[in-house]
Design a protein around this ligand. Structure first.
Ligand SMILES: [Zn+2]
Ligand SMILES: [Zn+2]
Length: 81
């Protein structure tokens, strides 16, 4: 666990420790308002796991089932002429 604020991997902007979380899926930091009255953006969601009664964090790319990295989708390659 590091104390330096790493950028949000979803939007690429700096994410303060107090306004971000680490995704359980890709283990990268993303913006998350940890308090309802907090200012800021959400780049993911948090909910309580019914199975473990623990907090689950997931960034939007993981929620959408996209691979981490945020790269633009490339056209499929492989069809020859
Ligand atoms: Zn973000
Ligand atoms: Zn993720």
């Amino acid at each position: 666990m590091t104390l330096d604020s790493s950028p949000c991997h979803v939007c690429g902007e700096p994410a303060a420790e107090s306004a971000s979380a680490v995704c359980n899926g890709c283990e990268r930091r993303f913006h998350l308002r940890l308090r309802e009255d907090a200012e800021g953006r959400d780049c993911g969601e948090v909910w309580i796991s019914e199975q473990y009664l623990s907090l689950e964090f997931a960034c939007f790319p993981c929620l959408r089932g996209e691979p981490p990295g945020g790269a633009a989708p490339e056209p499929p390659v492989g069809r020859g002429h």
